[in-house]
Design a protein around this ligand. Structure first.
Ligand SMILES: Nc1nc2c(c(=O)[nH]1)N[C@H]1C(S)=C(S)[C@@H](COP(=O)(O)O)O[C@H]1N2
Ligand SMILES: [Mo]
Length: 189
């Protein structure tokens, strides 16, 4: 697809990801860091950094759209497909939403269909463009949800929680759209 057609309405192209987040960049210690999957799952998980790095990895190239108006195309994310984590954790029948819990009380949430869709790859990424993900961009681990405004792509992810009812996220509680579709320009609630 030509580049122009890949830019959602009222977005401008940037060459590099802009650094944007609430709060400060959290410290990372590989010996104490863990990744948890909890809530409505048959097999709750707790993985160390070393264990996480042994999961099957994928490279997924996708575009990234911030609600403040910038987009960066062709980000080469490397990490673990969300679907693999879901297969391991085995969500229960009543699980319908997922809350992503990041360092420093940042959360976001989505219906599971948005994360399991075959149209895009939702990835838990630890590398970008051939390099380890920089701490300012969410290193060691961030979520990437290419078909939503970037506040759904939480940086510094530590846990995923499967729920029956949706737990509204940090920006979604503060007036930003929960559906957050950049092609429909769903910026505000
Ligand atoms: N933990 C956390 N993740 C976050 C945010 C945040 O404030 N905290 N901001 C989001 C927003 S609004 C954007 S645009 C992207 C920015 O990612 P970048 O700094 O890697 O470009 O991170 C998203 N993920
Ligand atoms: Mo953003």
């Amino acid at each position: 697809m030509p580049k122009k057609e890949r830019i959602p309405p009222h977005q401008s192209l940037v060459e590099e990801l802009q650094v944007l987040h609430w709060g400060s960049v959290p410290p990372f210690d590989a010996s104490t860091w863990d990744f948890r999957v909890e809530g409505l799952v048959d097999n709750p998980l707790r993985l160390s950094w070393e264990e996480f790095r042994q999961l099957p990895r994928t490279i997924s190239v996708s575009d990234f759209h911030c609600v403040t108006g910038w987009s960066r195309l062709d980000n080469r994310w490397e990490g673990v497909l969300f679907k693999i984590i879901a297969q391991m954790a085995r969500p229960q029948a009543q699980a319908r939403y997922m809350t992503i819990v990041a360092e420093g009380d940042y959360t976001t949430s989505m219906p599971l269909e948005d994360l399991m869709t075959d149209d895009v790859n939702v990835v838990l990424a630890y590398r970008l463009d051939g390099k380890d993900l920089e701490p300012v961009h969410g290193g060691p681990l961030r979520l990437v949800v290419p078909h939503k405004y970037a506040y759904k792509s939480a940086k510094w992810v530590r846990a995923l929680r499967f729920t029956q009812e949706q737990e509204l996220g940090f920006w979604e509680k503060r007036g930003y759209s929960d559906s957050a579709d950049p092609w429909k320009e769903e910026r505000y609630a």
